[in-house]
Ligand binder design. Structure first.
Ligand SMILES: Nc1nc2c(c(=O)[nH]1)N[C@H]1C(S)=C(S)[C@@H](COP(=O)(O)O)O[C@H]1N2
Ligand SMILES: [Mo]
Length: 425
């Protein structure tokens, strides 16, 4: 084991370098307890989102090696129709809201990153290794999540498996961390009264008493901000993150407040004026393929082709259904189209085996999707042709798109070319 005198050169490894008088177990525990309440909600809604993809159906999963990580998967329901809208909205918006708290917590413990010697016992070494996974995992999950909702795919791997496996690494480290630190945190939280801190101005702000964990600076500088000032700064940051992103889940005028939400704000003409995830042009759909030559292929006991006119002549239904994107935004619109169950019957299938949907779009995860039996036979599940009384715009999936109640947006395939009804097994 290295001795203290042999610590690496540079100022960071000297404890006296870290002089903020606000760092200490109480402050760290306040941030910690907020994260301890918030992060499990983000984690559970995230794991729920994985289940919502119905990854056990053919073609839906891009983590076929998930093994035991899929232990909790269940058939994603079609009711209530707003459930995915809620869980995924909470996942993304709460995640964004917690970001300032996470950063504040990391700031509060940063001297420990440079503690020297790194460990004085085997147990401590193990604990510090778990911290590496904890901090690395947290940063990885927040960074990949935020880059993904900004559609900024700069990382050299696929988001979906990375964020899923990253979650399990992070959660395992988090459980270890909570088990190890909870008693310390409880003691620390009891050491000061939050109410008193909120009344303490800058001139009365003093460091926490020296602590065995080394969070309190051994050479604190005079305070330049009070504890309540710091808490207000972090809380204000969280409030701003929340306030500037929650609008993307609301329909109506408040939607414009979502300044942090990605995508443009001008979505399309008239009744089609709502959020577009990917435009037709951006994925290589050209008007020639979607014009009068377009045919929908149905595969069941027999194979048949229908034009858009043929479809419009079938019984049409209208339902208000949300699009709820995995990226957190959502919107409810009135969709008109033919029931998937009716289309199944037309080609001699029941829908009880589910359906495999193929898009005109070539390649990638959006070119196909499997819907479960429950999703296929729900009377509100449509091959939508119109929205809000107008023909679908090209960007919203003209000539026809899937709309399934409570499905993640990604399964509402646009520019559908084929419905392959699997036989019931
Ligand atoms: N063919 C195809 N279908 C698609 C997509 C796509 O990129 N290509 N995006 C999906 C995603 S992720 C969402 S959230 C919804 C968005 O539908 P909208 O663009 O009409 O709002 O369409 C889904 N259907
Ligand atoms: Mo999406």
């Amino acid at each position: 084991m290295l001795r203290g005198e042999e610590r690496p050169p540079g100022p960071f490894f000297r404890p006296e370098f870290w002089r903020s008088p606000l760092r200490g177990p109480w402050l760290t525990s306040v941030f910690g307890i907020v994260l301890l309440v918030g992060i499990p909600i983000v984690a559970v809604t995230g794991l729920v989102s994985y289940a919502a993809y119905n990854p056990r159906l053919p073609g839906n999963d891009i983590t076929p090696e998930r093994g035991l990580f899929g232990f909790y998967l269940f058939d994603w329901p079609t009711s209530p129709i707003w459930l995915y809208r809620l869980t995924q909205g909470v996942h993304v918006i709460l995640g964004l809201t917690l970001l300032p708290v996470l950063l504040a917590k990391l700031w509060s413990v940063i001297p420990k990153l440079f503690a020297w010697p790194p460990a004085t016992s085997a147990a401590q070494m193990l604990e510090r290794a778990s911290l590496l996974l904890l901090v690395g995992g947290a940063v990885f999950q927040f960074v990949t999540g935020i880059l993904n909702i900004q559609l900024f795919y700069v990382f050299p791997f696929s988001f979906y498996p990375a964020h899923l496996y990253g979650a399990w690494v992070f959660l395992a480290a988090l459980v270890a961390h909570v088990v190890i630190k909870l008693p310390t945190a409880v003691t620390a939280l009891r050491s000061r009264s939050l109410r008193r801190e909120l009344r303490t101005p800058l001139r009365d702000t003093r460091p926490e008493p020296p602590d065995p964990h080394g969070l309190v600076s051994p050479a604190p500088a005079p305070a330049t901000v009070s504890r309540r000032g710091l808490l207000a700064f972090v809380g204000g940051g969280s409030l701003a993150m929340f306030g500037l992103s929650v609008g993307q889940t609301l329909d109506g005028p408040l939607r414009r407040t979502a300044l942090l939400a990605p995508h443009g704000r001008d979505y399309g003409p008239g009744p089609n004026d709502f959020q577009v995830n990917k435009t037709a042009a951006s994925v290589g759909i050209v008007p020639a393929e979607t014009g009068s030559g377009w045919r929908l292929t149905l595969v069941g006991a027999r194979r048949m082709q229908l034009s858009r006119e043929d479809l419009l002549a079938l019984p049409l239904r209208t339902y208000r259904l949300p699009i709820a994107c995995v990226e957190g935004w959502s919107t409810e619109q009135a969709w008109t189209g033919v029931r998937l169950a009716d289309l199944a019957r037309l080609c001699g299938a029941t829908g009880d085996g589910g359906v495999y949907v193929r898009s005109l779009q070539r390649g990638g995860v959006f070119s196909h999707a499997s819907l479960s039996a429950g999703q296929t036979t729900d009377p509100r599940s449509l091959l939508a042709l119109r929205v809000n009384g107008a023909d679908l715009s090209l960007d919203h999936g003209f000539p026809a798109r899937i709309m399934v109640p409570n499905a993640p947006g990604v399964h509402n395939t646009k520019w559908v070319r084929e419905l392959d009804f699997r036989p019931a097994s």
